[in-house]
Write a protein that binds this ligand. Structure first.
Ligand code: IPE
Ligand code: IPE
Ligand code: MG
Length: 266
Protein backbone atom coordinates (compact mmCIF):
# COMPACT_ATOMS: atom_id res chain seq x y z
CA UNK A 1 0.00 0.00 0.00
CA UNK A 2 1.42 3.44 -0.80
CA UNK A 3 2.51 5.25 2.30
CA UNK A 4 0.51 8.29 3.39
CA UNK A 5 2.31 11.48 2.46
CA UNK A 6 3.28 13.81 5.26
CA UNK A 7 1.14 16.87 5.75
CA UNK A 8 4.04 19.20 4.88
CA UNK A 9 4.05 17.81 1.34
CA UNK A 10 0.67 19.38 0.78
CA UNK A 11 0.38 22.91 -0.54
CA UNK A 12 -0.87 25.55 1.88
CA UNK A 13 -4.64 26.06 1.46
CA UNK A 14 -4.12 29.56 0.04
CA UNK A 15 -2.15 28.08 -2.87
CA UNK A 16 -5.34 26.61 -4.37
CA UNK A 17 -8.10 29.03 -5.32
CA UNK A 18 -10.97 28.81 -5.41
CA UNK A 19 -11.35 25.93 -2.99
CA UNK A 20 -14.70 24.16 -2.88
CA UNK A 21 -16.83 24.60 0.23
CA UNK A 22 -18.32 21.13 -0.03
CA UNK A 23 -16.70 18.03 -1.54
CA UNK A 24 -18.55 14.73 -2.01
CA UNK A 25 -16.64 11.49 -2.50
CA UNK A 26 -17.86 8.25 -4.04
CA UNK A 27 -15.33 5.92 -2.45
CA UNK A 28 -15.26 3.17 -5.09
CA UNK A 29 -12.91 0.36 -5.99
CA UNK A 30 -12.29 -1.47 -2.69
CA UNK A 31 -13.25 -4.83 -4.15
CA UNK A 32 -11.09 -4.47 -7.26
CA UNK A 33 -8.16 -3.24 -5.17
CA UNK A 34 -8.39 -6.44 -3.12
CA UNK A 35 -8.88 -8.70 -6.12
CA UNK A 36 -5.80 -7.25 -7.81
CA UNK A 37 -3.84 -8.44 -4.78
CA UNK A 38 -5.51 -11.83 -4.49
CA UNK A 39 -7.18 -10.72 -1.25
CA UNK A 40 -10.79 -11.04 -0.10
CA UNK A 41 -13.01 -8.00 -0.75
CA UNK A 42 -13.27 -7.42 3.01
CA UNK A 43 -9.59 -6.48 3.12
CA UNK A 44 -10.26 -3.92 0.39
CA UNK A 45 -12.94 -2.36 2.55
CA UNK A 46 -10.59 -2.39 5.53
CA UNK A 47 -7.87 -0.65 3.51
CA UNK A 48 -10.54 1.83 2.39
CA UNK A 49 -10.92 2.94 6.02
CA UNK A 50 -7.32 4.13 6.00
CA UNK A 51 -8.01 6.08 2.82
CA UNK A 52 -10.98 7.70 4.52
CA UNK A 53 -8.74 8.84 7.37
CA UNK A 54 -6.39 10.41 4.82
CA UNK A 55 -9.31 12.13 3.08
CA UNK A 56 -10.51 13.65 6.35
CA UNK A 57 -6.98 14.79 7.16
CA UNK A 58 -6.65 16.53 3.79
CA UNK A 59 -10.12 18.10 4.06
CA UNK A 60 -9.13 19.56 7.43
CA UNK A 61 -5.78 20.72 6.10
CA UNK A 62 -7.48 22.64 3.28
CA UNK A 63 -10.15 24.01 5.61
CA UNK A 64 -13.11 22.59 3.67
CA UNK A 65 -16.49 23.19 5.26
CA UNK A 66 -18.17 19.92 4.32
CA UNK A 67 -16.96 16.49 3.22
CA UNK A 68 -19.69 14.00 2.29
CA UNK A 69 -18.62 10.38 1.94
CA UNK A 70 -20.70 7.72 0.23
CA UNK A 71 -20.34 4.77 2.60
CA UNK A 72 -23.28 2.49 1.85
CA UNK A 73 -25.84 3.01 -0.88
CA UNK A 74 -29.50 2.05 -0.79
CA UNK A 75 -28.61 -0.41 -3.58
CA UNK A 76 -25.66 -1.97 -1.72
CA UNK A 77 -28.17 -4.23 0.09
CA UNK A 78 -28.06 -6.35 -3.07
CA UNK A 79 -24.54 -7.54 -2.17
CA UNK A 80 -23.98 -10.89 -0.45
CA UNK A 81 -25.15 -10.87 3.17
CA UNK A 82 -21.61 -11.53 4.39
CA UNK A 83 -20.31 -8.39 2.64
CA UNK A 84 -23.18 -6.24 3.97
CA UNK A 85 -22.46 -7.58 7.48
CA UNK A 86 -18.79 -6.76 7.07
CA UNK A 87 -19.55 -3.19 5.95
CA UNK A 88 -21.77 -2.74 9.00
CA UNK A 89 -19.06 -4.10 11.28
CA UNK A 90 -16.59 -1.65 9.74
CA UNK A 91 -18.98 1.19 10.52
CA UNK A 92 -19.11 0.03 14.16
CA UNK A 93 -15.34 -0.19 14.20
CA UNK A 94 -15.02 3.30 12.72
CA UNK A 95 -17.32 4.76 15.37
CA UNK A 96 -15.35 3.09 18.18
CA UNK A 97 -11.88 3.83 16.87
CA UNK A 98 -12.16 7.22 15.18
CA UNK A 99 -15.04 9.29 16.47
CA UNK A 100 -13.35 10.42 19.70
CA UNK A 101 -10.42 11.78 17.72
CA UNK A 102 -12.69 13.43 15.16
CA UNK A 103 -14.47 15.09 18.07
CA UNK A 104 -11.16 16.31 19.52
CA UNK A 105 -10.39 17.73 16.09
CA UNK A 106 -13.64 19.75 16.14
CA UNK A 107 -15.22 17.65 13.36
CA UNK A 108 -19.01 17.60 13.29
CA UNK A 109 -20.50 14.31 12.10
CA UNK A 110 -23.85 14.16 10.34
CA UNK A 111 -25.61 11.22 8.80
CA UNK A 112 -27.77 11.23 5.68
CA UNK A 113 -29.77 8.30 4.32
CA UNK A 114 -32.78 6.27 5.35
CA UNK A 115 -32.74 5.16 8.98
CA UNK A 116 -35.65 2.79 8.35
CA UNK A 117 -34.27 -0.62 7.55
CA UNK A 118 -31.09 -0.19 9.60
CA UNK A 119 -30.59 -2.26 12.77
CA UNK A 120 -31.62 -0.33 15.90
CA UNK A 121 -28.15 -0.63 17.34
CA UNK A 122 -26.59 1.01 14.23
CA UNK A 123 -29.12 3.85 14.36
CA UNK A 124 -28.21 4.34 18.03
CA UNK A 125 -24.50 4.51 17.22
CA UNK A 126 -25.02 7.00 14.41
CA UNK A 127 -27.20 9.20 16.60
CA UNK A 128 -24.56 9.12 19.35
CA UNK A 129 -21.93 10.38 16.88
CA UNK A 130 -24.20 13.21 15.78
CA UNK A 131 -25.05 14.18 19.35
CA UNK A 132 -21.45 14.03 20.61
CA UNK A 133 -20.15 16.29 17.83
CA UNK A 134 -23.20 18.53 17.36
CA UNK A 135 -21.53 21.64 18.77
CA UNK A 136 -18.31 21.32 16.74
CA UNK A 137 -17.73 23.98 14.13
CA UNK A 138 -14.75 22.64 12.18
CA UNK A 139 -15.15 20.29 9.21
CA UNK A 140 -18.62 18.79 8.83
CA UNK A 141 -18.22 15.13 7.88
CA UNK A 142 -21.44 13.87 6.33
CA UNK A 143 -21.70 10.10 6.23
CA UNK A 144 -24.11 8.91 3.53
CA UNK A 145 -25.19 5.56 4.90
CA UNK A 146 -28.13 3.59 3.49
CA UNK A 147 -28.36 6.59 1.19
CA UNK A 148 -29.95 6.97 -2.24
CA UNK A 149 -30.53 10.24 -4.07
CA UNK A 150 -33.81 9.10 -5.63
CA UNK A 151 -35.07 7.86 -2.27
CA UNK A 152 -34.17 11.24 -0.73
CA UNK A 153 -36.09 13.20 -3.39
CA UNK A 154 -39.03 10.78 -3.14
CA UNK A 155 -39.15 11.33 0.63
CA UNK A 156 -39.17 15.10 0.08
CA UNK A 157 -42.02 14.70 -2.44
CA UNK A 158 -43.97 12.60 0.09
CA UNK A 159 -43.52 15.22 2.80
CA UNK A 160 -44.72 17.98 0.46
CA UNK A 161 -47.70 15.87 -0.71
CA UNK A 162 -48.64 15.41 2.94
CA UNK A 163 -48.57 19.18 3.49
CA UNK A 164 -50.78 19.67 0.42
CA UNK A 165 -53.20 16.97 1.63
CA UNK A 166 -53.47 18.71 4.99
CA UNK A 167 -54.12 22.05 3.31
CA UNK A 168 -50.88 23.58 4.61
CA UNK A 169 -49.31 24.03 1.17
CA UNK A 170 -50.65 24.93 -2.28
CA UNK A 171 -49.52 22.70 -5.18
CA UNK A 172 -48.05 25.75 -6.94
CA UNK A 173 -45.74 26.22 -3.95
CA UNK A 174 -43.93 22.96 -4.78
CA UNK A 175 -40.82 24.62 -6.13
CA UNK A 176 -37.21 23.49 -6.35
CA UNK A 177 -36.57 25.47 -3.16
CA UNK A 178 -39.43 23.68 -1.35
CA UNK A 179 -38.02 20.30 -2.38
CA UNK A 180 -34.50 21.32 -1.28
CA UNK A 181 -35.85 22.29 2.15
CA UNK A 182 -37.08 18.72 2.65
CA UNK A 183 -33.83 16.92 1.82
CA UNK A 184 -31.84 15.20 4.59
CA UNK A 185 -29.42 18.07 5.31
CA UNK A 186 -31.09 21.18 3.87
CA UNK A 187 -28.86 23.64 5.69
CA UNK A 188 -25.61 22.46 4.07
CA UNK A 189 -24.18 24.09 0.95
CA UNK A 190 -24.53 22.02 -2.22
CA UNK A 191 -21.44 20.04 -3.25
CA UNK A 192 -19.11 22.06 -5.46
CA UNK A 193 -16.94 19.08 -6.31
CA UNK A 194 -17.74 15.37 -6.57
CA UNK A 195 -14.84 12.94 -6.70
CA UNK A 196 -15.27 9.31 -7.71
CA UNK A 197 -12.38 6.89 -7.46
CA UNK A 198 -12.19 3.49 -9.14
CA UNK A 199 -12.50 4.57 -12.74
CA UNK A 200 -16.29 4.34 -13.20
CA UNK A 201 -17.88 7.51 -14.53
CA UNK A 202 -21.32 7.52 -12.95
CA UNK A 203 -23.11 8.90 -9.90
CA UNK A 204 -24.69 5.64 -8.67
CA UNK A 205 -27.54 7.54 -6.97
CA UNK A 206 -25.30 9.89 -4.94
CA UNK A 207 -26.56 13.41 -4.13
CA UNK A 208 -28.54 13.59 -7.38
CA UNK A 209 -30.49 16.72 -6.54
CA UNK A 210 -27.67 18.60 -4.83
CA UNK A 211 -25.11 17.91 -7.57
CA UNK A 212 -26.97 19.70 -10.37
CA UNK A 213 -23.99 22.04 -10.81
CA UNK A 214 -21.21 20.14 -9.06
CA UNK A 215 -17.91 19.72 -10.88
CA UNK A 216 -17.15 16.04 -11.43
CA UNK A 217 -13.69 14.55 -11.11
CA UNK A 218 -13.25 10.85 -11.91
CA UNK A 219 -10.02 9.27 -10.76
CA UNK A 220 -8.65 5.95 -12.00
CA UNK A 221 -7.16 4.98 -8.61
CA UNK A 222 -9.02 2.50 -6.43
CA UNK A 223 -10.25 4.03 -3.19
CA UNK A 224 -7.66 2.30 -0.92
CA UNK A 225 -4.93 4.07 -2.94
CA UNK A 226 -6.46 7.51 -2.39
CA UNK A 227 -4.28 9.82 -0.33
CA UNK A 228 -3.84 13.47 0.64
CA UNK A 229 -1.98 14.24 -2.59
CA UNK A 230 -4.69 12.67 -4.73
CA UNK A 231 -7.15 14.89 -2.91
CA UNK A 232 -4.95 17.91 -3.55
CA UNK A 233 -4.80 17.07 -7.27
CA UNK A 234 -8.60 16.90 -7.43
CA UNK A 235 -8.80 20.29 -5.71
CA UNK A 236 -6.35 21.73 -8.24
CA UNK A 237 -8.43 20.31 -11.07
CA UNK A 238 -11.50 21.95 -9.52
CA UNK A 239 -9.71 25.29 -9.18
CA UNK A 240 -8.99 25.22 -12.93
CA UNK A 241 -12.63 24.64 -13.89
CA UNK A 242 -14.89 27.44 -15.02
CA UNK A 243 -18.30 27.25 -13.38
CA UNK A 244 -21.02 29.05 -15.30
CA UNK A 245 -24.31 27.81 -13.77
CA UNK A 246 -26.00 28.27 -17.13
CA UNK A 247 -24.73 31.83 -17.53
CA UNK A 248 -21.73 33.22 -19.36
CA UNK A 249 -18.35 34.53 -18.27
CA UNK A 250 -18.50 38.17 -17.06
CA UNK A 251 -15.94 39.15 -19.75
CA UNK A 252 -18.36 37.87 -22.43
CA UNK A 253 -21.07 40.15 -21.13
CA UNK A 254 -21.15 42.41 -24.21
CA UNK A 255 -23.75 42.56 -26.95
CA UNK A 256 -23.30 39.95 -29.67
CA UNK A 257 -21.79 41.45 -32.84
CA UNK A 258 -24.77 40.55 -35.07
CA UNK A 259 -27.36 41.64 -32.51
CA UNK A 260 -25.65 45.04 -32.04
CA UNK A 261 -25.54 45.81 -35.77
CA UNK A 262 -29.12 44.65 -36.44
CA UNK A 263 -30.51 46.74 -33.55
CA UNK A 264 -28.39 49.66 -34.76
CA UNK A 265 -29.87 49.52 -38.25
CA UNK A 266 -33.49 49.13 -37.06
C1 IPE B 1 -16.77 0.80 -2.66
O1 IPE B 1 -16.01 -0.24 -3.18
C2 IPE B 1 -17.29 0.49 -1.28
C3 IPE B 1 -18.74 0.34 -1.20
C4 IPE B 1 -19.57 0.36 -2.20
C5 IPE B 1 -19.28 0.11 0.12
P1 IPE B 1 -16.68 -1.45 -3.92
O2 IPE B 1 -17.01 -2.52 -2.92
O3 IPE B 1 -17.84 -1.03 -4.75
O4 IPE B 1 -15.49 -1.93 -4.82
P2 IPE B 1 -15.56 -2.40 -6.35
O5 IPE B 1 -16.26 -1.32 -7.11
O6 IPE B 1 -16.33 -3.70 -6.35
O7 IPE B 1 -14.14 -2.56 -6.75
C1 IPE C 1 -21.29 3.44 -5.11
O1 IPE C 1 -20.47 2.41 -5.49
C2 IPE C 1 -21.68 3.29 -3.67
C3 IPE C 1 -20.64 3.61 -2.68
C4 IPE C 1 -19.43 3.99 -2.95
C5 IPE C 1 -21.06 3.47 -1.31
P1 IPE C 1 -21.03 1.04 -6.13
O2 IPE C 1 -19.86 0.18 -6.35
O3 IPE C 1 -22.12 0.50 -5.27
O4 IPE C 1 -21.67 1.56 -7.50
P2 IPE C 1 -21.94 0.77 -8.86
O5 IPE C 1 -22.73 -0.45 -8.50
O6 IPE C 1 -20.62 0.43 -9.44
O7 IPE C 1 -22.68 1.75 -9.71
MG1 MG D 1 -18.01 -0.40 -6.67
Amino acid sequence: MPSAPEKQELLPPAAIAPLPRHVGIIMDGNGRWARARGLPRSLGHRAGMQALRRAVKAARHFGLEVLTIYSFSAENWSRPRSEVDYLFSLLRHFVRSDVAELHRNNVRIRIIGERDGLPEEIIGLLEQCEALTAENDGLTLVVAFNYGGRQEVAAAARALAQEVAEGRLAPEDITPQAIARHLHAPDLPEPDLLIRTGGEQRLSNFLLWQSAYAELVFLPQYWPDFNELTFQQALQEYAGRERRFGGIKPCEDKPLQGAASSSGSA
